[in-house]
Design a binder for this molecule. Structure first.
Ligand code: ACO
Length: 334
């Protein structure tokens, strides 16, 4: 059995900054409400026609991660791509990255576990490297959500929260003595599948229905029972971070940096308080990017490295909660 570690990270966000004040010009909302409830000041949304898609943004993040790891594209043995906003219904975005980066015929796995997508993808990459199947796995998480948000007052409880962007890491075989990824934990609870969902376009709501009835906002836009999600999220975050610490005989004061899924600043602050973590032990960037679903932890991790918040040797805990419900954590020495 080998040990896996992260050897490189990168992220990409679209150039267009969408402020709360701009949103107030297209729907009945305001900067104060959004900041107070979510912590978000602005987010990035693609510009129609700027060439950004989940796959192209993911490819840009992947290039940076590969460069930072010092590897060549040809060193990568497998791609794991997490998104719920793929370019095509099928095939998934993994094969598009493989084509764009000219990666021969290596395999590409697609993950669609929403906000937990990056954690699920990490757990698969970790298992591939631990088992000796691959030496280096490219993990990409990318979301292009702005086109399918209901940007009217009807959809304001959801649309003000979400942003576009991508992050990527390289999971590589660790050297002797390196702790690397210590454990990954994943969970799901399907009975809550409809509390946070976008039901169509899917086989339950196939094309005939769309052609006959047009767009049904309850089916073709994301729906969220915000209070219910909040209550479950804070419990599951704490549980799954606790599970990771317990598995490794560690306590929360040993975490150098907790990188929670950037769902909502209030959720992150609630967990921080419950776990007794100092401000410098938690990294948040939702203020600038909104909630980028599966990509948020990957973007935050890459930015934390870029800005010097996270350094080699730090103990990092990543944790996510989202649609499904699904949740999970990764504990590692970076
Ligand atoms: N601007 C202004 N007013 C709004 C907006 C908006 N964007 N959205 C909703 N409102 C109004 C509602 O219409 C309602 O008005 P009413 O009292 O006249 O009926 C009022 O604000 C309160 O609405 P609630 O939905 O009860 O607002 P709440 O305080 O619950 O905040 C929020 C909504 C921020 C989504 C909250 O439920 C929450 O934090 N949920 C956690 C879930 C979350 O953040 N998910 C993120 C995505 S999922 C994930 O990543 C896991």
């Amino acid at each position: 059995m080998h040990t896996a570690k992260i050897s490189g990270a990168g992220h990409y966000v679209p150039e267009r900054i969408v402020t709360n004040d701009y949103l107030a010009t297209i729907m009945d909302t305001n900067d104060e409400w959004i900041k107070e409830r979510t912590g978000i000041s602005e987010r990035r949304w693609v510009e129609n026609g700027d060439g950004n898609t989940a796959a192209t943004m993911g490819t840009k993040a992947a290039k940076k991660a590969i460069a930072q790891s010092g590897l060549e594209t040809s060193d990568i043995g497998h791609i794991v791509f997490a998104t719920i906003s793929p370019d095509y219904y099928f095939p998934g975005c993994g094969v598009q990255v493989q084509e764009s980066l000219d990666m021969g015929t290596i395999g590409a796995t697609d993950i669609r576990n929403a906000c937990s997508g990056f954690i699920y993808a990490m757990s698969i990459a970790d298992a591939f490297v631990k088992s000796g199947t691959y030496q280096h796995v490219l993990v990409v998480a990318s979301e292009l959500q702005s086109p399918f948000l209901d940007k009217t007052t009807r959809g304001r409880n959801v649309s003000v929260i979400f942003g576009d962007g991508a992050g990527a890491v390289i999971v590589s075989k660790a050297n002797k003595g390196e702790k690397g990824i210590m454990s990954c934990h994943t969970h799901a609870q399907g009975k809550h599948k409809e509390e946070l969902t976008m039901k169509g376009f899917g086989t339950q709501h196939w094309i005939g229905e769309l052609l006959e009835n047009g767009i049904d906002p309850d089916i073709h836009y994301p729906q969220m029972n915000g209070n219910f999600v909040f209550k479950n999220a804070v419990v599951r975050f704490e549980q799954v971070i606790g599970e990771a610490l317990k598995k490794n005989n560690m306590t929360s004061d040993q975490i150098d940096c907790l990188i929670p899924h950037q769902a909502n600043l209030r959720i992150a602050q609630f967990i921080q308080k419950r776990m007794g973590l100092r401000d410098d032990q938690v990294f948040n960037n939702i203020q600038k990017y909104g909630n980028t679903t599966g990509a948020s932890i990957a973007i935050a991790f890459s930015e934390a490295i870029e800005t010097g918040v996270v350094k080699r040797g730090d103990i990092i805990c990543m944790a996510a909660f989202g649609a499904g419900f699904t949740w999970g954590s990764v504990l590692m020495e970076y």
